[in-house]
Design a protein around this ligand. Structure first.
Ligand SMILES: [Fe+2]
Ligand SMILES: [Fe+2]
Ligand SMILES: [Fe+2]
Length: 422
């Protein structure tokens, strides 16, 4: 998938790109964007998982990298759960609790889009199992839960205790861990974690050279790199789209449709295969920054107030933050960052004007709005084509590059599947 793009933008232009590290950095940025109220919890859990696993004798670098990623992504499945439920103080109703428990399976599904993280995905599924069998999703007891999933569970709870989120007294963290050993946690993991903390390691949030070596080793592992090179761009697009779908299904569906419109228009314009693929990738990912916007705003019925609107307007920059570490994605990133710029300079984020706006961004802007017009309720489907023709044609020269008008078809029907566009 997206082979021409990969060959051109990675194999030729960036042959020494560190694919695993790019993926890691982009993922870490996604996690930190999603955790807008709870900064760096997952970063700390990831590091502590790695260190605790090492402390109890795991030395295989591949396995250590898996537990690191499991820590980093353990709560990514919370992305679609309403904020007021995640941060609710006090007791949850049965229904609320059930909704919350789905985050383990959703997280597993998101992580499993990246084949080299398949073991991490499995650990994410079990990070709420408890030693006494009262956890979820499967109610596994004791060593029925793999030891590395127990590590994630303990490091997650530990970070919550230390920050006072779970129990009342953060300073009693070691007593709390001991109290729940054999109930919630594997008792043989508790002492090593207490020792790590007393050595100061559990509070050290920077990766040490030894920690880095685990991730560097992944970069040297042949099967890992082969797996990544085989379908790197497809993996990233799938991973980010699955994430967006979990956050806000309509945005993901919209993105896939925009990618297909982009493909059709790019073909009409006879773009090169590499440009065409970049445009389709940008279509798929243009709204990925919405993972950083609260659902209460994305789903608000009616008009947004000024502050909410300003919040939504941050999504191109958020997307750009996520895509930045991917060295081959430069022109995709540019198209995504500027997909709300207008030909007359009245768009955002920078108010670029005319040909200062990159061509792919101009095409994307047009396809984005066309799809929004077609699918924005409450326009009846049969009137959508008229509405698109009317509004879009009026917009050439103000919203849109007038040169693009001859390539645009105001056709509300779904374009053919664009093959590579997912
Ligand atoms: Fe969790
Ligand atoms: Fe957008
Ligand atoms: Fe959009």
């Amino acid at each position: 998938m997206f082979e021409t793009f990969f060959n051109e933008c990675y194999s030729k232009r960036n042959p020494n790109a560190r694919l695993f590290h790019e993926l890691l950095e982009s993922t870490s940025r996604v996690v930190n964007l999603v955790e807008y109220k709870d900064t760096h919890h997952s970063d700390r859990v990831a590091l502590n998982c790695l260190r605790l696993a090492r402390k109890v004798g795991i030395s295989d670098q591949y396995t250590l990298a898996q537990v690191y990623f499991a820590g980093l992504l353990h709560d990514i499945g919370e992305i679609g759960i309403p904020d007021n439920l995640i941060y609710k103080k006090g007791k949850l109703s049965e229904e609320e609790f059930q909704a919350l428990t789905t985050h383990t399976a959703i997280g597993q599904q998101i992580a499993s889009q990246v084949p080299v993280l398949s073991q991490a995905a499995q650990l994410i599924l079990w990070h709420h199992e408890k030693w006494d069998g009262t956890g979820y999703p499967e109610g596994l007891t004791m060593d029925e839960t793999p030891m590395l999933a127990q590590v994630v569970s303990l490091c997650d709870a530990f970070d919550n205790i230390r920050r006072g989120g779970l129990f009342s007294k953060p300073e009693d963290w070691d007593k709390e861990l001991v109290r729940f050993a054999g109930i919630q946690f594997n008792p043989s993991l508790v002492r090593p974690l207490i020792d790590l903390t007393k050595e100061g390691l559990a509070d050290d949030t920077e990766r040490s050279p030894e920690d880095d070596e685990v991730l560097n080793a992944m970069e040297r592992q042949r099967d890992v790199i082969e797996q990544l090179r085989e379908n790197y761009v497809g993996i990233i697009v799938n991973f980010l789209l699955t994430l967006l779908e979990a956050k806000h299904k309509d945005s993901a569906l919209h993105s896939k449709r925009v990618a297909r419109l982009c493909h059709r228009m790019g073909q009409q314009m006879k773009l090169s295969e590499q440009e065409l693929q970049a445009l389709v990738i940008a279509g798929n990912l243009h709204d990925i920054g919405k993972v950083g916007i609260p659902n209460s705003i994305l789903d608000k019925p009616g008009l947004l107030d000024d502050q909410e609107y300003r919040e939504v307007q941050k999504h191109p920059q958020y997307a750009s933050t996520i895509l930045k570490p991917l060295s081959g994605f430069e022109e995709v990133n540019e198209a995504v960052l500027y997909h709300h710029e207008r030909w007359d300079g009245c768009g955002y984020p920078e108010g670029l004007k005319g040909e200062d706006i990159p061509l792919l961004a101009r095409i994307l802007h047009l396809c984005d709005l066309a799809d929004a017009l077609i699918h924005l309720k409450p326009v009846p489907e049969h009137r959508a084509t008229d509405k698109v023709r009317y509004v879009i044609e009026d917009g050439f020269g103000s919203y849109f590059d007038p040169d693009l008008s001859r390539f645009f078809e105001a056709d509300a029907s779904e374009p053919e599947d664009a093959g590579d566009s997912l």
